[in-house]
Design a binder for this molecule. Sequence first.
Ligand code: OOB
Length: 555
Amino acid sequence: MTRHPCLAVEQRWPDPFAERYRQAGFWRGETFAAVLRARTAAAPDDIAVVAGETRWRYRELAARAAATAGRFLDLGYRPGDRVIVQLPNIPEFLSVAFGLFEAGIVPVFALPAHRITEISHFAAAAEASGYVISGAADGFDYCGLADELCRRLPAIRHVVVAAGDPGRFVALTDRPGGTPAASAAPATGPQASEVALMQISGGSTGLPKLIPRSHDDYLYSVRASAEICRLDRRSVYLGVLPIAHNFPMSSPGVFGTLYAGGTVVLSPAPSPEIAFPIIARERVTMTAMVPPLALAWLEAARTGRHDLSSLRVLQVGGAKFTPEAARRVRPVLGTTLQQVFGMAEGLVNYTRLDDPEAVIVETQGRPISPDDELLIVDDDDQPVAEGSAGHLLTRGPYTIRAYHNHPAANARSFTAEGFYRTGDVVRRTPDGNLVVQGRSNDLINRGGEKLSAEEVEDHLLAHPQVHDAVMVAVPDRYLGERSCAFVIARGEPPKPADLRAWVRDRGLAEFKVPDRVVFVDSFLTTAVGKISRGDLRRRLAEQAAPSPPAHPAKG
Ligand code: OOB
């Protein structure tokens, strides 16, 4: 008997909602494996994935996915098992993802930037029993990370190396072109209502949380996104951001492109020097990026050395894109800008391709679905006057009802009626588009890379010379926000560089290392005795001494 990965009770949409989403045709009972099978049957020789000299046709991607499914089943994995997948933008990302989908094994997608502290947390929280990596990538030794993970978590049964020399670990490709072993293959594939994958939340408080997405809900957002972006067989999507992230994965991203039967091109790095020649060579029609990268592309495009004329749509999201920068996209790049305001928990808003330029430039768009319910409320959860700014709450056919196995976070992040508290402060324009005004909690958005102040503070507090620490976001022209840690030292203050190294050495992603460290004697507290982050932000604004970037954003 095989056990399929069902949504836990608290994660399920209540029956009347599920019924409505099925009736409306949002949830079609389709699974990811069935989608790839259908595209492969329709056009087996179309190119599915391109990376450098590698070109896989749909039939090759499907065969590799089947071999991956077989490999994992042979290794003893069963439907419902969880596997951490930490891969860069390589074709094997897709064959591994679809292979695991086919076998009903749930991939938990970590970002390449995550390090041992985060990976071991995800693996423990997901009760994962496998870890998929690609050896060395971007100058980092993921094998060393894997060794440490296995030491910390004996439940990890295999480290599977998806590309390159597996060394002491398990190779993915022992069964090239093979089919799932009949003995191990599940009698039936996963059902569409079951968990297909898990994403990582940016995490506003404490450690990142796991986001379970079902085939039904995720595929609806993928299909509808592909329609909104008018993807079809001729579409060529360039993955420049790490495709493990929800935005380039599914909005419409690589999955949306494959859904539409198009071609996914993977860029090994997001910089214009690397990406522009690829756009020219592969006649890329669409790509997605965060605001700081869009600024770099706009700058580089002015020299006009590469033919970018195939590019139809440039999506920008993950953090606020200023209207000033947005206005330059069409004249400089000759493409339509699409602003994307989304979250791994579900809700995604898009400006539409034929919106007036003012909407495209000045707003972050409107939801995918007519059944996305949005509330804009005050601190007491009461609706604000139409057009006023307030907290955004949402519920709908592809927004989760609960995190994986985390009652405390669920109590904080969801209302009793099942609305997700996004933590974003927004207002709605008279024509129904959203404008993001800021955040209401302590999530710091560093050019699209999210970090929880609290998570980093906990690591700072572990330092013997730190008495207390509070981290806040400071506005930054390039990244939107940078992080600044205010620290009360215990005795002799350590050097800021040593504190930064301390955080890094504790096995955290580089983007979580504080950009600045400022020593203070005390923190002001609010009326209820909480440390006033507002006061700390004001102190920084008063100093207003712009510091050089401690470490640049990705790209
Ligand atoms: C995307 O997903 P996450 O989970 O990394 O981050 C979600 C948060 C949002 O709650 C919001 O605070 C911020 O990122 N955000 C934006 C934004 N897009 C995301 N803030 C202002 N303007 C925007 N356009 O970042 C994500 C997921 C799917 C599609 C696009 C982005």
